[in-house]
Design a protein around this ligand. Structure first.
Ligand code: GLU
Length: 373
């Protein structure tokens, strides 16, 4: 499966981590950027479409600001990202220009994707850039993104971009060879896991161990990214980005890195967006009957199956649907505000009419706006 998927993947999102392109001590590393550009250009010449998600703005900016340590304060991080991003882009511009490639800077915030209209608009922009043969170089708009609503790490951003751009493959260039059975820096007997067919709890545990790996996101955010895109039918490959030429080589069959197999059934884009892009603003606790109706029978959620409503949300917002053990079973866009649902909960449609007058919708969440998890 790996071989055929890599061979057939046409549109690629390639993510480069901060530690590959910059260091705290000496700032940006143009030599690394040149090598990455060479690899990407060679892949593009072989007939594939390439989108690059590159970190490194904050770390590159530190040196320009004369700071030696990674800042804790958000405004300093944001200032550092502002000075670093232009330097990062300048290096990519220069490196790609020498190879006859054009690049474009795209800075995204999570809000750009949370609004479905803006999401589709960003999708059109990326597609248009690709049609022009341009390589989009994407980063989070760190300078304006507020902490609570950030993508947070670029592994997550890259996963969102893979969905946004309708990519066939996500490639994460890391400073390690892939996912190991143990931390290879601590334990020489650790072995590389070449193939992950399903991201189980055990795989997540492997990546989540606090001893595991360095770097901005670490392995756990990479696994989460792989999990997110797998639902969209997109495979992920984590390989070592420090080895020049490895990236083009894997497309010619070199057996490097860890390959994460995608789900065979691709989730519809809108449902994927509800499940993985939009953030839940509240929580609805369902009774057993409603859980059964949603999960097994593909029904809409009616107010009669609601036991409790937590949070403060409005019509159209995303909410998590949980069972009585508070395990998330579904996520969806609600038709009513939290306050209205609190009045409706447990009531049959006829009783709601009697108590509150005629309502625009019968369902609390229509099944078209609902994703079972
Ligand atoms: N967007 C951040 C930067 O360019 C990196 C976030 C991350 O480390 O994943 O510096």
């Amino acid at each position: 499966m790996r071989d055929s998927l890599l061979k057939e993947a046409r549109r690629l999102v390639i993510k480069v981590g901060s530690s590959l392109v910059a260091s705290r001590e000496s700032g940006l590393r143009p030599d690394r950027i040149e090598r990455i550009a060479e690899d990407l250009s060679s892949i593009k010449r072989s007939g594939r479409e390439v989108l690059l998600v590159s970190s490194g703005a904050i770390v590159s900016g530190l040196q320009k600001l004369g700071l030696s340590a990674y800042p804790k304060s958000l405004p300093v991080k944001q200032a550092s990202a502002a000075v670093g991003q232009s330097r990062l882009m300048w290096a990519y511009e220069k490196a790609f220009e020498q190879l006859g490639e054009q690049v474009a800077q795209v800075l995204l915030t999570h809000q750009d994707l949370e609004d479905r209209r803006r999401f589709l608009n960003a999708r059109h922009t990326l597609t248009t850039l690709i049609e022009f043969g341009i390589i989009p170089v994407i980063n989070e708009n760190d300078t304006v993104a507020v902490e609570e609503i950030r993508f947070g790490d670029n592994d997550n951003l890259a996963a969102q971009v893979a969905h946004l751009a309708d990519a066939d493959l996500l490639v994460i260039l890391s400073d390690v060879d892939g996912l190991f059975t143990e931390d290879p820096r601590q334990n020489a007997s650790a072995t590389l896991i070449p193939l992950v067919t399903e991201i189980t709890k055990d795989i997540e545990r492997l990546a989540g161990s606090p001893r595991t790996f360095e770097g901005t996101g670490g392995m756990s955010t990479k696994i989460q990214a792989a999990k997110t895109v797998a639902q969209y039918g997109v495979a992920t490959l984590i390989i070592n980005g420090e080895q020049p030429g490895l990236l083009p080589a894997v497309f010619n069959g070199a057996p490097a890195g860890t390959f994460f197999q995608p789900r065979s059934h691709r989730m519809a884009s809108r449902k994927h967006w509800i499940a993985f892009t939009v953030r839940a603003k509240g929580q609805i606790v369902l009774d057993g009957g409603a859980v059964e109706a949603l999960v097994r029978r593909g029904k809409s959620l009616l107010p009669s199956g609601i036991l409790e409503v937590d949070g403060d949300f409005g019509p159209g917002d995303a909410v998590a649907c949980v069972d009585q053990e508070r395990k998330e079973v579904a996520k969806g866009l609600v038709n009513f505000s939290a306050d209205t649902l609190r009045k409706m909960k447990g009531l049959k449609t006829a009783d709601i009419q009697k108590a509150m007058g005629p309502q625009e919708y019968e369902e609390a969440i229509h099944r078209d706006n609902l994703v079972v998890l």
